[in-house]
Design a protein around this ligand. Structure first.
Ligand code: TYD
Ligand code: MG
Length: 492
């Protein structure tokens, strides 16, 4: 039985319940509830205003142009909406080992190179691990200083005075995750950027709950973002995403920060994507692409062709499409394999596309075009580890499935895009002109797209914005139905 002073909190999304639940009704996570003590949140630094505030006309308040701090990576600046904003908090979430610490230390190094001071709180790694990473990133020459955790106590470590720090270097690395220690370091250093790596390892001595629990993580994040806002320091909180919900996830913090970035990618591949899912100072859904190398993360300035291996048609079942990611167009290869059933249940496996979408496309091919897919197995992948969620990829998925079934290959490099309606019709897709322009840039010879996009694409062509390497650009084939589009891709 829960004591009246305790509450159960979901580690994944932070929703609360008066009793233990096996599955969170908010986010659907299993076994994520744990008991926490109620009302331990401390109200420190919530600055009281003297007297009642007077209302002011909104029109008299001038919009603030936020000065930005460059991170040293054009791509990262871009996803942030132009760089870091002093006083604003960024949450950088991702699975362990994806490269958060690497990118954050690189950012610290860049700011230090511009004569700005950085406080890097390393709450979960040993000095040796940090030193090794700094060496790989070539940061040894920037004279980062490390303040080890005070032995046996959770109390604040002594902070060197700012003047001596200035002589020593511009990055102060603070070991350990004591909130009071971090607070005193921030107030004595007044850095341009505070990096907390990770927020789940920071703990406040004033709270009874365990480090990593929802109330600790929330309270520490709230306190640090208030403190940095007050002092005008940019703040980056690294947050681990764990599948098992053993740590309070970054989801619980999303509403507290100004910007949320998620790192994506597979650890065994070198590609790393950073996606912005919330931004008070810029566009959401922006995407930055990096490669993990021996000496840290290297940005990919023009990633449009990085997910494909050349533009020549690869074989039956491989079709190129142009996907939209935030503001940028990425060429992607969709691969499908339709085979006689291998064994047992029918397999419909997908990687990088939604399985339900593939099932719907299969059904449309069967019932509207009379293509017999029987009880064959269907596998659909996007190559290069990219995930595509937009309907504009549907025509390419349909073409890849039919290509695999009939053993047919387009006879020139072609990009296929369009949304498929349940009647077998093709529907307009957003920003077709931009996609055609990117395909043209990479040397694609033909683009098959919905008739409904004819006007905008031809207008862009008349303006000269979609011509490619040869000048005139790819052949454009506008189709109003799925059947006509497939005829255009493979020839009749
Ligand atoms: P890290 O930044 O520690 O991940 P996170 O903070 O998100 O847990 O990244 C660790 C991985 O990156 C590790 O597998 C080693 C690899 N790595 C490189 O390949 N090159 C490098 O220069 C660095 C610093 C790390
Ligand atoms: Mg790390």
């Amino acid at each position: 039985m829960a004591k009246s002073s305790s509450i159960f909190v979901c580690a994944s999304c932070g929703s609360e319940s008066s009793r233990w639940l096996g599955r969170c009704p908010e986010c659907g996570q299993w076994n994520s509830f744990s008991e926490e003590t109620k009302g331990t949140a401390h109200a420190r630094s919530r600055t009281a205003r003297p007297g009642p505030a007077q209302p002011v006309a909104l029109s008299t308040i001038l919009p603030v142009e936020h000065p930005r701090l460059a991170t040293g990576s054009h791509e990262l600046d871009q996803v942030l909406g132009g760089g870091l904003v002093p006083g604003a908090a960024v949450l950088a979430g991702g699975e362990p080992g994806i490269g958060k610490s690497t990118l954050l230390l690189q950012t610290a190094g860049h700011l230090a190179g511009q004569d700005l001071s950085v406080l890097y709180v390393s709450a979960e790694e040993s000095p040796a691990q940090l030193a090794m990473r700094a060496r790989r990133l070539g940061l040894a020459s920037s004279h980062a200083q490390l303040v080890p955790e005070a032995e046996g106590t959770a109390a604040a470590s002594p902070i060197p005075d700012p003047a001596s720090l200035e002589r020593m270097g511009r990055i102060l690395i603070l070991e350990g995750g004591s909130l009071s220690g971090i607070q005193s370091a921030i107030s004595s250093l007044h850095p341009a950027l505070v990096i907390i790596d990770s927020i789940q390892a920071v703990h406040s001595e004033e709270l009874t709950s365990t480090p990593g629990s929802v109330s600790q993580v929330r309270e520490c994040a709230w306190f640090l973002s208030e403190e940095c806002r007050r002092l005008g320091c940019a703040l980056i909180l690294a947050g681990h995403v764990t599948k098992d919900g053993s740590l309070a996830g970054p989801k619980t913090l999303e509403h507290m920060v100004d910007t949320v970035l998620y790192f994506e990618g597979q650890r065994d591949r070198e590609l790393r994507l950073i996606r912005c899912v919330k931004n008070r100072f810029g566009n959401v859904n922006e995407l930055a692409v990096f490669l993990m190398t021996d000496s840290g993360l290297r940005e990919v300035a023009d990633p449009s062709g990085i997910f494909i291996d050349g533009i020549t048609p690869k074989g039956p079942g491989s079709i190129m499409t142009a996907a939209l990611e935030g503001n940028r167009v990425l060429l992607a290869e969709i691969q499908a394999l339709v085979t006689g059933r291998v064994a047992g249940n029918i397999a419909r496996t997908t990687d990088g596309v939604d399985t339900n979408r593939v099932m719907r496309i299969r059904a449309i091919l069967e019932s509207r075009l009379g293509i017999d897919l029987g009880d064959s197995d269907t596998f659909v992948n996007v190559t290069g580890g990219l995930a595509i969620n937009e309907p504009a990829a549907e025509l390419a998925i349909a073409a890849a499935i039919t290509g695999s079934l009939h053993g047919r290959v387009p006879d020139c490099p072609v990009v296929v895009m369009g949304e498929i309606g349940l009647l077998g019709d093709l529907r307009r897709i957003p920003q077709a002109d931009k996609r055609v322009a990117q395909a043209a840039k990479l040397g694609v010879r033909a683009v098959v797209l919905p008739e409904a996009n004819r006007r905008d694409v031809e207008a862009a062509r008349a303006r000269g914005t979609v011509s490619g390497q040869g000048g005139s650009g790819p052949d454009l084939v506008f189709a109003s139905s799925l059947a006509a589009a497939l005829d255009a891709v493979f020839g009749k």
